[in-house]
Write a protein that binds this ligand. Structure first.
Ligand code: GDP
Length: 474
C-alpha cells in the first residue's frame, strides 16, 4: 500500500485501443495516449493540403482531416483530434482518430499504430491513467464505469452524481479532520517524555462521535444506493404449483423457466430483470419450497432460502384455489419475521379459478398484515396492480437520493464500515484512558479505509479489481 504523491508521474508507454464497439458502424474511434504519441501519429498520418503538418506543433483540441497509411498505401481517410497534456482525459498527450466504422478498417489502423510503437491498452487503462495522474479520483473512475454499464435511469443518475464528486468531497473533509487529529496525537508521541496533551481527549471524543455518525449514515444508505444502482432484488416465493414460474414469465413476457404441473420442476433459481416506472426489478424464481426427498431438489431449496435472505422484496405467491390457507398464512408470518429487511407482498394467484376471490383476499390481508393483491398469472389479470405495489418499494428513494449522498458499491460500503469500526475502537480507547499510541493506531486505520475509497491510499489489488471490469479503450 502506498500513498499517492501530488506531483504528476512521467507520461506512460504509448498505448492504443479502439474506443468504440466492435462491429459495423458509421464511424469508429481509435485513441492513443502516452509518451511520443505525436511522433507515432505523424508517421502514419498525412494531412490533406498541408504535407508539412506536425502533431507536435498543433494546438490542443484541434481536428485535422487527412489519411492514414501503412507501407502498402492508403488505409482510410480520417479526422485526427489532438489533445495536449495535461488537457486530455489521461492528462498525457493523446490523439483520437475517427475513421470509417468497419471492423477491417479499424483493425488495420490499430495494427499500424502497434507497428509504430504503441502497446495495446489493457482494459480501463486510459481511465486508470486519468486516476493515477490525478485528473479524477477512484470514486469518479468507478462512476464512469457504472455510467457506461447503467441499465436503468436510476442507475445512470446515481453514477452521474458520483461522477460529480459529492461523496468524494464528504470523504475528503472527513479525511482531513482525521489527519489533523492523527498529527496532533503523533506529536504527543514525539514529546512523550514531557506528558503533554496536544489533542484534548474530550474534544476528540466528541469529534469522532460526529464522524462516526456520518459514517453510519453513509453505511445505512447502502441498501437504497444498491437498489438505485442494481435494481430491487425481488424473490418470487411460494409453494410448488402456486404459479411462480407463470408469474415470472408473464412479468417478463418471456418463456424462460419451464412451467409444469409436476411439483418441484423449477430446480434452481433463475434471475431476470424488468423495468417498471424507471426502476429495475431483478426477479428470482426460487425452487419450490417444500420438504424434498430428492437430492437435487434439496440443494435447490437451500439455495432458495439463501436468495430470500438477500432479497429487498419478496412476492409471496399463494394459490387461491386451496381449501385451507392456514399453513400458508403461518408461512407468510414466519417469512415476515425472519426476513425483516425485505418488504413483503402477497400475490393471491388463480383468481380466474377461485370464486369469492375478493372475500378471500380481504381475509388474507387481515390475517397476514401484508399488502395482498389478487392476480391471475396465467391470464395476466391484476398484474398492473401488483407492479404498482412493487414500485411503491422505491417511492421516495429518488427524493432521498437528491437530498443526500448514497453509497452504491459494496467496496465503499465495506471500507466505510471498517472505518466506522476503527473509530468505535478509538472512542472506547479514549474512554478507558488508553495509551496515545493505541488511539493513533485506530485513527490511522480509519484514515486508510476512507482513503482507499477515493484512492488517496493506493492499493494495487483494489485498482486491478476496479479497472479489470472496464472494457479495452476506456
Ligand atoms: P410453480 O411451481 O409455483 O412455479 O407453478 P407454475 O407456474 O409451474 O404453475 C403451476 C400450474 O398452475 C401450471 O399448470 C400453471 O399453468 C397453472 N397456473 C399458474 N397460474 C395460473 C392462473 O393464474 N390461473 C390458472 N388457471 N392456472 C394457473
Amino acid at each position: 500500500m502506498t500513498t499517492r504523491s501530488a506531483s504528476l508521474p512521467e507520461p506512460g508507454m504509448p498505448i492504443a485501443a479502439v474506443a468504440t464497439p466492435v462491429g459495423v458502424g458509421a464511424l469508429a474511434i481509435l485513441r492513443i495516449s502516452g509518451r511520443g504519441v505525436f511522433g507515432i501519429a505523424g508517421r502514419i498520418f498525412k494531412k490533406k493540403q498541408n504535407p508539412a503538418f506536425r502533431f507536435a506543433e498543433a494546438k490542443g483540441y484541434t481536428a485535422h482531416f487527412g489519411s492514414v497509411h501503412d507501407s502498402e498505401g492508403l488505409i482510410d481517410e480520417v479526422v485526427a483530434l489532438v489533445l495536449r497534456a495535461p488537457n486530455s482525459f489521461t492528462m498525457e498527450d493523446m490523439v483520437e482518430f475517427t475513421c470509417h466504422g468497419g471492423p477491417v478498417v479499424v483493425q488495420h489502423i490499430l495494427k499500424v499504430l502497434l507497428d509504430e510503437g504503441c502497446r495495446l491498452a489493457e482494459p480501463g487503462e486510459f481511465t486508470r491513467r486519468a486516476f493515477l495522474n490525478g485528473r479524477i479520483d477512484l470514486l469518479q473512475a468507478e462512476a464512469i464505469g457504472e455510467m457506461i454499464h447503467a441499465r436503468s435511469e436510476s442507475a445512470f443518475r446515481t453514477a452521474v452524481t458520483q461522477m460529480q464528486g459529492t461523496l468524494s468531497l464528504r470523504l475528503e473533509a472527513m479525511r482531513e479532520q482525521l489527519l489533523r487529529s492523527c498529527a496532533l496525537l503523533e506529536l504527543e508521541l514525539d514529546f512523550s517524555e514531557e506528558d503533554v496533551e496536544f489533542q484534548n481527549r474530550r474534544e476528540l471524543q466528541q469529534q469522532l462521535g460526529v464522524l462516526q455518525e456520518e459514517l453510519r449514515r453513509l453505511v445505512d444508505s447502502y441498501q437504497h444506493g444498491r437498489i438505485m444502482k442494481e435494481g430491487v432484488a425481488t424473490v418470487i416465493a411460494g409453494r410448488p404449483n402456486a404459479g411462480k414460474s407463470t408469474l415470472l414469465n408473464t412479468l417478463l413476457g418471456l418463456e424462460r423457466s419451464i412451467v409444469s404441473h409436476m411439483p418441484g420442476t423449477t430446480r434452481d433459481y433463475i434471475e431476470e430483470c424488468f423495468l417498471y416506472n424507471k426502476t429495475m426489478f431483478r426477479l428470482t424464481d426460487t425452487a419450490g419450497l417444500r420438504e424434498a426427498e430428492e437430492a437435487v431438489e434439496h440443494e435447490g431449496v437451500k439455495r432458495s432460502y439463501r436468495k430470500i435472505a438477500e432479497a429487498d422484496l419478496i412476492v409471496y405467491i399463494l394459490d387461491l384455489t386451496l381449501d385451507d390457507y392456514a399453513d400458508e398464512v403461518a408461512r407468510i408470518l414466519e417469512f415476515k419475521s425472519e426476513y425483516r429487511n425485505a418488504r413483503m407482498i402477497v400475490a393471491a394467484n388463480k383468481i380466474d379459478l377461485a370464486s369469492e376471490s375478493p372475500e378471500r383476499i380481504q381475509e388474507l390481508r387481515e390475517a397476514t398484515g401484508c399488502d395482498v393483491c389478487g392476480i391471475s398469472a396465467a391470464k395476466g389479470e391484476g398484474l398492473e396492480t401488483l407492479k404498482e405495489l412493487m414500485s411503491t418499494m422505491v417511492v421516495g428513494l429518488d427524493k432521498l437520493h437528491e437530498a443526500s449522498v448514497l453509497v452504491t458499491s459494496l467496496r465503499h460500503y465495506e471500507a466505510l464500515r471498517n472505518a466506522s469500526d476503527a473509530l468505535e475502537n478509538a472512542r472506547m480507547l479514549i474512554n478507558s484512558n488508553s495509551e496515545t499510541e493505541l488511539i493513533a493506531f485506530e485513527l490511522r486505520s480509519a484514515l486508510n479505509y476512507v482513503g482507499e475509497i477515493t484512492g488517496k491510499v493506493i492499493n494495487e489489488e483494489i485498482l486491478n479489481m476496479i479497472f479489470d471490469q472496464f472494457c479495452i479503450g476506456k
